[in-house]
Each structure stands twice: as structure tokens, then as C-alpha cells.
Design a protein around this ligand. Structure first.
Ligand code: 5GP
Ligand code: ZN
Length: 114
């Protein structure tokens, strides 16, 4: 997806503060952090949102979720806790149409969200 912001970050066409990368996944700091730790964890493959995910991507999605867990540990969030958010399409508040998991931590999270 040549016009996708996060595909451009994957392709290193747009800079980002990358904290983790492997063949399938990328994690980088959110440009507008909502907590002391705010990472975005994405599949390198373009998946527009969770609504577009397919059973064929089950392995990739499992790796993504477990990577979020490991990043939370590495960021020192695991003991106190953290929040993982996936906004999906317009009413979910998704603004970048490339699947991403927000990893948020380092402050107390209120519920429900706005
Ligand atoms: P969404 O609202 O789609 O769930 O989340 C998109 C996130 O991407 C937002 O938290 C926003 O701050 C972040 N974001 C938007 N543009 C950029 C960018 O160019 N670089 C980085 N690192 N984050 C971005
Ligand atoms: Zn994309």
C-alpha cells in the first residue's frame, strides 16, 4: 500500500523511533503519546484494520499479541499493568488504516474511554 503512512514507516520512507523489528512486525513510539510509554505495534504486512484480518493471518496476529506482551515487559510495565488498545474503523476512532496495537503504560488508565 504505497499511500499508507505505516507502510511508509515499514519501508523507512518516513522516520520513526523504532523499538522493535523482525521479519513480520515493527514497533515504534507514537508521535503523540498519550502515556509515558506509548508504542504502536504493527504487522509489516498491510492489514487495513482488525475487521480485515483473516484466519490465514492467525499466526501473524498471535505473534503480534505476544510481542506486545514482551514489549510491555521490556518497557517495565508488566508488574504494575498496562493497556492495549486496537481502534477499528471510524466509530472505533481509527485514524491510520493499517492495523496497529497501542501499548500504553506508566500511568493509571481510567475506564470507560471517552
Ligand atoms: P489510531 O487513532 O488510528 O488508533 O492511532 C493512530 C496513532 O498513530 C495515533 O496515536 C497517532 O498519534 C499516531 N501517528 C500518526 N501519525 C504518526 C506518525 O507519522 N508517526 C508516528 N510514530 N505515529 C503516528
Ligand atoms: Zn499499510
Amino acid at each position: 500500500m504505497s499511500d499508507c503512512l505505516f507502510c511508509k514507516i515499514v519501508a523507512k520512507e518516513i522516520p520513526a523511533q523504532i523499538v522493535y523489528e523482525d521479519d513480520d512486525l515493527l514497533a515504534f513510539k507514537d508521535i503523540n503519546p498519550q502515556a509515558p510509554v506509548h508504542l504502536l505495534v504493527i504487522p509489516k504486512e498491510h492489514i487495513a484494520s482488525l475487521a480485515e484480518a483473516t484466519p490465514a493471518q492467525a499466526g501473524l496476529l498471535g505473534k503480534l499479541v505476544l510481542r506486545v506482551k514482551l514489549l510491555a515487559q521490556e518497557q517495565g510495565l508488566a508488574e504494575d499493568g498496562y493497556r492495549v488498545v486496537v481502534n477499528c474503523r471510524d466509530l472505533g476512532g481509527q485514524t491510520v488504516p493499517h492495523l496497529h496495537f497501542h501499548l500504553l503504560g506508566g500511568r493509571f488508565m481510567t475506564w470507560p474511554p471517552g
